[in-house]
Design a protein around this ligand. Structure first.
Ligand SMILES: Cc1ncc(COP(=O)(O)O)c(C=O)c1O
Length: 413
């Protein structure tokens, strides 16, 4: 985690241009990446095909909480690569039970259903809540409803985009899956009004990431917990982006002393090495499944479990949560100084911030491009916001250097 960095130059070289042209010719244009072509990475730093170094202030949307190629995770993956990588769930393997038991323990819950990507885990949560609703709560078959929040981002599958309120994510992909009720995020009264005897779950991000790192008003998560408990409704917390250390706690729900009925986890659970996701809940809830009713060829594979086990061991030390809390305080203090200047608002918790850029400095995308020119990689969202989510292993010096580049961009535009 070196602190001496040479900022990237302004000129996009031939290697970069060729790689981008080739990607544009041969891949679907479902993303609009910054014009940088990464060829290696270490800790909080990435290097492009022309040898320029960049500070990663996005960390794969929290998938790289432990930094690029974290040695403990790489060692765990390598050791597993030498033993067995995939069995399918047709057979048991010797890392599976350990992974499930330790993840359940980390969450203070009883059972785990492992999947691969975040969207699959959300799909699994939806299916589980519906099945629990029919078999345990007694909702008439086919009538289960799930309450979700406006501005949500839970993934890209057809069911998940069915309850998105973002036209970009949703339009053109109908017909949509029914059974969802959308209420304004952060409004406990609206949520309460939407709950009926057919409601099986409330599905929420404890902090909305893609929406621009929106932190709900104090007391909201606790109110949701109280209400769902009183109405026999599952509180499903999508901690795919907010969980596993990012906010300074293992789970963002902890900031309000709340334990949901189900955690949906992904991203950092795979240590930035392999896709690993999971639904974690009680035996009553996950106990609804019988063989053949749900599954995934790759879910809970030996390589995923080996890396996931190391992630759990690292989180158990508390070291990463502590770093996120301390460095997060510093990050928010520094960003707060920009409010009223080049920045109109800053939101977030721990090493996670949504920074609204004053319109006179251009769009979030333009600010991201200028930051890239100075050797810092971030991601814009919703026009005028940039998201900062550096790896939790970032040094304070590197964080300060990244912040200095942001101040530099705002000063010169
Ligand atoms: C809160 C949340 N849920 C679900 C997802 C979907 O995860 P994946 O991209 O792995 O399918 C994301 C991805 O950004 C997310 O932030």
């Amino acid at each position: 985690m070196s602190t001496t960095s040479s900022p990237a130059g302004q000129v996009t070289g031939q290697g970069t241009a060729q790689a981008i042209a080739s990607a544009e010719a041969h891949s679907a244009h479902n993303y609009h990446p910054l014009p940088v072509v990464v060829s290696s990475a270490d800790g909080a730093w990435m290097t492009d095909v022309e040898g320029r170094r960049y500070l990663d202030m996005l960390a794969g949307y929290s998938a790289l909480n432990f930094g690029h190629r974290n040695q403990r995770l790489i060692d765990a993956a390598k050791a597993q690569l030498e033993r067995v990588t995939l069995t399918s769930r047709a057979f048991h393997h010797d890392r599976f039970a350990q992974f499930c038991a330790q993840l359940a323990e980390l969450c203070g819950m009883e059972m785990v259903l492992p999947m691969n990507t975040g969207a699959e885990a959300v799909e699994t949560a939806v299916k589980t809540a519906r099945k629990w609703g029919y078999e345990v709560k007694g909702v008439p078959d086919g009538e289960a409803r799930i309450v979700v929040a406006s501005g949500n981002f839970h993934g890209r599958t057809t069911t998940v985009v069915s309850f998105s309120t973002d036209p970009e994510a949703r339009a053109g992909f109908g017909p949509y899956t029914p059974g969802f009720d959308v209420v304004p995020y952060g409004d406990a009264a609206a949520l309460e009004a939407a709950v009926t005897d057919r409601t099986v779950a409330v599905l929420l991000e404890p902090i909305q990431g893609e929406a621009g790192v929106l932190v709900p008003p104090p007391g909201y998560l606790a109110a949701v917990r109280e209400l769902t408990r009183a109405r026999n409704v599952l509180f499903v917390a999508d901690e795919i982006q907010s969980g596993l250390g990012r906010t300074g706690r293992t789970f963002a729900c902890e900031h309000e002393g709340v334990v949901p009925d189900m955690y949906v986890l992904g991203k950092a659970l795979g240590g930035g090495v392999v896709p690993v996701s999971a639904v974690v809940s009680s035996a009553e809830v996950l106990g609804v499944y019988r063989p053949g009713e749900h599954g995934s060829t790759f879910g809970g594979n030996p390589l995923a479990c080996a890396v996931g086990l190391e992630v759990i061991a690292m989180l158990r030390t508390g070291e990463y949560q502590e770093r996120a809390a301390c460095l997060g305080d510093h990050l928010h203090e520094q960003l707060g100084l920009l409010v009223g200047g080049g920045v109109t608002q800053v939101r977030g918790r721990g090493l996670w911030a949504g920074v609204d850029i004053a319109p006179r400095h251009g769009t979030g995308r333009q600010v991201s491009e200028r930051l890239m020119d100075r050797g810092v990689l971030v991601k814009d969202t919703h026009g005028s916001t940039i998201r900062l989510a550096p790896p939790l292993v970032i040094s304070r010096e590197d964080l300060d250097w990244g912040l200095a580049q942001l101040r530099g961009v705002l000063a010169e535009s």
